[in-house]
Design a protein around this ligand. Structure first.
Ligand code: FUB
Length: 339
């Protein structure tokens, strides 16, 4: 995550416009919403942003110093939103050092699984998993992070055949650039303009949902001409915030471009891709980060996202939701969060 473009500039470019949606909650700051429907009810698994006054702002997003997760729930879109309290606290995660970033959750055979990134005690981002019998927690973390996991922004997708996949990765503050062939290289840096862009990662999960069933591989994203993106394609290439959903038998991989602030998507024929770039889901919002989920509720589709309407500060975000619609050819109609 982070930095690179001033919030003031973004505020000016969006400032005179009216938001199309209002924050879902305002008693706490929330971001990176992963929404799911379990038993007909909507559950949102967000980051819980805090103003950690003791933490200095830095280029790697150190001031995104989140310490716990709250699960939000609602019976229907537009209805009251309930905060179900602390679902997982960093003090209860034996391996975690700091920074609980964007999580996701899923359900299998009577258990809910929460996947979350945190820096370990060596300050390396890893992905952990925690379980609960309730969708709102409290979640009990495994003593160690998922073996072979790294970087940030896990999202879990269960296909119609029951197989589950974990997608993850985020560059810059998310440390993806430090991983080469799944090996840690502390010197790994950002790509040069003409180099091939970094790619998100995926691994199928084993039956117990707590470990990888196979080596982590790259998710190929191709441009409209079938060519891989280069770093200079930063208005379209992957940066962070992966999400996978299925629509009409196709697999939609969506993500944030980070330093150009778009939420983009690419379509593929199976969970591994390759995915071909199709366009922008959500134009840049107020604040540096753009992070979302796309979920069907009843017969409609929704985009859950965030901006910084309430605080004006990039690390203190608020969740929002708006309807998402498809064109007849399966492409997504681009959303502008401001009229
Ligand atoms: O919330 C912390 C980080 O900011 C997330 O992990 C990124 O996707 C960005 O939204």
């Amino acid at each position: 995550a982070l930095m690179g473009c001033s919030l003031t500039a973004l505020a000016q470019s969006n400032g005179n416009k009216t938001p199309i949606s209002q924050p879902l909650v305002s008693h706490i700051y929330t971001a990176d919403p992963s929404a799911h429907v379990f038993n007909g009810k909507i559950y949102i698994y967000p980051s819980h942003d805090i103003d950690a006054k003791d933490v200095k702002e830095d280029d790697e997003g150190g001031h995104f110093a989140m310490r716990d997760y709250h699960v939000l729930s609602m019976d229907k879109i537009g209805g009251p939103v309930k905060d179900n309290g602390v679902a997982l606290d960093i003090k209860d995660i034996p391996w975690a050092g700091r920074q609980l970033w964007a999580p996701d959750a899923t359900y299998k055979n009577g258990t809910y699984y929460l996947y979350f990134p945190a820096k370990d005690k060596q300050d390396i981002f890893r992905i952990g998993v925690a379980t609960s019998k309730s969708p709102t927690g409290p979640f009990k973390p495994e003593p160690e992070p998922i073996q072979g996991s790294y970087s940030i922004d896990p999202t879990v997708f269960q296909d119609a055949d029951g197989k589950a996949y974990l997608y993850f990765g985020g560059i810059w503050g998310g440390q993806l650039q430090r991983w080469d062939n799944n090996q840690y290289n502390p010197k790994g840096g950002l790509k040069k303009k003409d180099e091939l862009a970094y790619l998100p990662r995926v691994a199928r999960l084993s039956a117990d949902m707590k470990s990888f069933a196979e080596p982590v591989r790259e998710v190929q994203i191709l441009d409209e001409n079938g060519k891989p993106f280069r770093e200079k394609d930063n208005d379209k290439r992957f940066f962070e915030a992966a999400w996978l959903h299925r629509y009409n038998g196709k697999y939609y991989f969506s993500y944030s471009t980070g330093d150009t602030h778009n939420l983009c998507y690419a379509i593929g024929d199976n969970p591994y891709g390759p995915f071909t770039y199709k366009g922008v889901v959500l134009k840049p919002v107020l604040g540096w980060t753009n992070h979302h989920s796309i979920v069907q509720v009843g017969s409609k589709w929704y985009l859950f996202y965030h901006d910084v309407q309430l605080s004006g500060k990039t690390h203190l975000r608020n969740l929002k939701v708006t309807e998402l619609t498809y064109n007849p050819d399966g492409t997504i109609k681009t959303i502008d969060a401001y009229k």
